[in-house]
Design a protein around this ligand. Structure first.
Ligand code: B4P
Length: 350
């Protein structure tokens, strides 16, 4: 059985052998049947030059569907959300760190499709649709630095990244605040934002100077904003401040984007598109992607990982749909076209 692990300071977090702990718990919890790890029946690599995509095909997610049936009964009331909250009292086998800074826990994902997929969750119920706080950003960064700094486990060779799905069209299913960590499976290549920030220095966008606009990869089909992170921080305090500035600047991009898109397309007072985005990061960059649909053609669910080129088809029809319509079209439709540009920000913008 896993030991109870308590982490009180960032120094303790950085010194913990988190990767070994996750690996050990993952093996034990899988053997005990508490982690339902579904290996892909097939994996297809789609490489069109602009984005290497991994399409996993899993034909039997029955166990997960049974388990989450209760939760998915249209949970609209807060008391129902909390009644079926899987992160409040998780199976003890899933708990990697029971007490992180008194406010968080690290849990194994009960239904991973890749090994060692884990979650940072708030100890008490906090809504997923809230902003990441400065201390949460530092915590995410230190977890990434810890695991990616060691890479002593062959399983994690390519490193891990963090992602946070926020808003109704972002592809999240659990209402309790959680950030996910997953290995990047295409070991031979880095995720595309790593190439985008290569050779770039850290900067904070400033609307007065267009050359401080967030970066992007121009041959992709979907709108996205990337910022390079500092290579080094002088202190934990500085780390917290700079990560927060970067996150807030990316979030402002999302606010302005939705403000303008709703103003342009909603003359007839129809409902505004709700603010939805995927946030992803590793120790080198942060990326934010505005979202308008959680599913492509109502069948293929796309969350943050889709925007690093990881898609999951749960049956043959969905696989065929991905191959027929193509990844560019899917990501553009669930997000927004990259060409959509509202020009320079003005004094009315955030
Ligand atoms: P959410 O933010 O709510 O939603 P999600 O990641 O999109 O998960 P969802 O469950 O909706 O997605 P799907 O089956 O389509 O995250 C909640 C997380 O908590 C989930 O990861 C869930 O498994 C986990 N969870 C649920 N109940 C739990 C419990 N009782 N205890 C602990 N954890 C619990 O997709 C499944 C996953 O596959 C997604 O995480 C997705 O990111 C990932 N994926 C997609 N394509 C992939 C690829 N090519 N390779 C690897 N992974 C891929």
């Amino acid at each position: 059985m896993s030991d109870i692990v308590t982490v009180k300071t960032h120094e303790e977090l950085l010194n913990l052998d988190l990767q070994s702990l996750i690996r050990k718990n993952f093996i034990e919890a899988t053997e005990a049947g508490k982690v339902i790890y579904t290996k892909a029946n097939d994996t297809i690599i789609i490489d069109k030059g602009n984005l290497t995509c991994e399409l996993k095909i899993i034909n039997s997610l029955v166990k997960k569907e049974e388990d989450t049936e209760k939760q998915s009964q249209k949970i609209d009331k807060l008391e129902n959300v909390q009644k079926f909250d899987p992160f409040l009292n998780p199976d003890k086998e899933l708990v990697v760190v029971d007490d992180l800074f008194s406010n968080y826990k690290i849990l194994l994902n009960k239904f991973p499709v890749s090994e060692n997929h884990f979650l940072l969750v708030t100890k008490n119920f906090v809504k997923q649709d809230t902003l990441l706080s400065p201390s949460e950003l530092t915590c995410i960064f230190n977890i990434l630095q810890n695991v990616n700094g060691r890479k002593n486990d062959k399983e994690n060779e390519g490193g891990i990244f963090a992602f946070f799905n926020n808003g109704p069209a972002s592809g999240f299913s659990q209402q309790h605040k959680h950030v996910q960590f997953m290995k990047y499976p295409l070991k031979e290549s880095k995720p595309f934002p790593d190439y985008v920030v290569e050779g770039k220095e850290f900067f904070i966008p400033d609307a007065r100077y267009p050359d401080t606009d967030p970066l992007f990869k121009s041959d992709l089909s979907f709108k996205h904003f990337i910022l390079p992170l500092p290579k080094k921080f002088e202190s934990e305090q500085e780390k917290q401040e700079l990560l927060s500035f970067s996150f807030i600047e990316l979030f402002k991009k999302i606010l302005n984007f939705f403000k303008k898109i709703n103003a342009e397309t909603n003359d007839d007072y129809k409902d505004d598109l709700p603010i939805s985005y995927n946030f992803l990061m590793n120790e080198n960059w942060m990326m934010i992607v505005p979202r308008q649909k959680s599913h492509y053609k109502e069948t293929l669910g796309v969350n943050a990982v889709g925007y690093l080129g990881l898609l999951l088809a749960k049956n043959q029809e969905t696989k065929d749909l991905v191959l027929k319509d193509g990844v560019d079209e899917i990501l553009k439709t669930c997000g927004f076209p990259i060409q959509l540009d509202f020009g320079k920000e003005d004094e009315y913008d955030y």
